[in-house]
Design a protein around this ligand. Structure first.
Ligand SMILES: Cc1cc2nc3c(=O)[nH]c(=O)nc-3n(C[C@H](O)[C@H](O)[C@H](O)COP(=O)(O)O)c2cc1C
Length: 191
C-alpha cells in the first residue's frame, strides 16, 4: 500500500536532533530518506591552514567527456565556501568506515587557525592538479575546479548550490574495477 503525505506524518521520528527544525532540514527529506554520498571537501584557508568540510547534499553527472559535481546545499557563512571562492578549487575525499570517525572529527576541529585534516588524525597531502590538500587515507579523491553557483532559495544568499568540474582523480586499486559494488554498499550503508 502506498501512502500520500502533504504534511508531516504524526508517527515520523527524527533521525537526528533538529531533523525537522534545522535550516537544512525538512520532514519531506526524512520521509523520502534518499541515500546520498558522504565525503569531505578539502581546501586551503587564506592563512595556509587545511580546511575540511563534511558534505552529503551532492550529486554527480557527466557531459561531453567532462565530469561534474553539484553541491546542493552549501552554507555561505562557512569556511568551505569562502576558501572555494578564494582558491577556485577543492578536493572531494570519499572515505571507508575505518576512517569515518576521524572524518567526522573534522566537524569539531573547525577553527580558522586549525589544520583540520591533521588535527583529526588524518594525513594531508598536496593535490597534483589543483591548489588544495587531499586526505591521503581516502580511497577516492576528486580534484575539482569551481564552475558556478546559484542561490538555493531565490533571495536568500545564506545557502548556495555550487557546481564543480573534476580535473583529476585518485582511486585506490581495491575500490576500482570489479570491486565497485563494495564501494557503493559502503556509501549507502552509512546513511
Ligand atoms: C553527515 C553530515 C553531512 C553534512 N552535509 C553538509 C552539506 O551537504 N553541506 C554543508 O554545507 N554542510 C554539511 N554538513 C555540515 C558541515 O560539515 C559542518 O558545518 C562543517 O564543520 C562546516 O565546515 P566549514 O566551516 O569548513 O564550511 C554536514 C555535516 C554532517 C555531520
Amino acid at each position: 500500500m502506498k501512502k500520500h503525505f502533504t504534511s508531516k506524518p504524526e508517527e515520523l521520528k527524527e533521525r537526528w536532533p533538529g531533523d525537522f527544525t534545522a535550516v537544512e532540514s525538512s520532514w519531506l527529506d526524512a520521509v523520502a530518506d534518499i541515500p546520498t554520498p558522504l565525503f569531505v571537501v578539502t581546501s586551503w584557508k587564506a592563512n595556509g591552514k587545511e580546511n575540511a568540510c563534511m558534505q552529503s547534499r551532492a550529486t554527480f553527472s557527466a557531459a561531453y567527456g567532462k565530469y561534474y559535481c553539484v553541491l546542493g546545499w552549501v552554507r555561505t557563512a562557512g569556511h568551505m565556501y569562502k576558501t572555494l571562492k578564494e582558491t577556485g578549487c577543492c578536493v572531494l575525499n570519499f572515505f571507508s568506515g575505518d576512517i569515518s570517525g576521524k572524518c567526522f572529527d573534522t566537524i569539531e576541529n573547525n577553527s580558522y587557525d586549525t589544520d583540520e585534516i591533521t588535527a583529526s588524525g588524518l594525513t594531508a597531502e598536496k593535490a597534483r592538479s589543483v591548489n588544495a590538500p587531499l586526505i591521503k587515507e581516502s580511497f577516492l579523491n576528486i580534484e575539482c575546479e569551481y564552475l558556478w553557483e546559484h542561490e538555493l532559495l531565490p533571495g536568500d544568499s545564506s545557502m548556495a548550490v555550487v557546481a564543480l568540474k573534476a580535473v583529476g582523480i585518485y582511486i585506490d586499486d581495491e575500490y576500482s574495477g570489479d570491486t565497485d559494488k563494495k564501494r557503493w554498499l559502503e556509501w549507502v550503508g552509512r546513511h
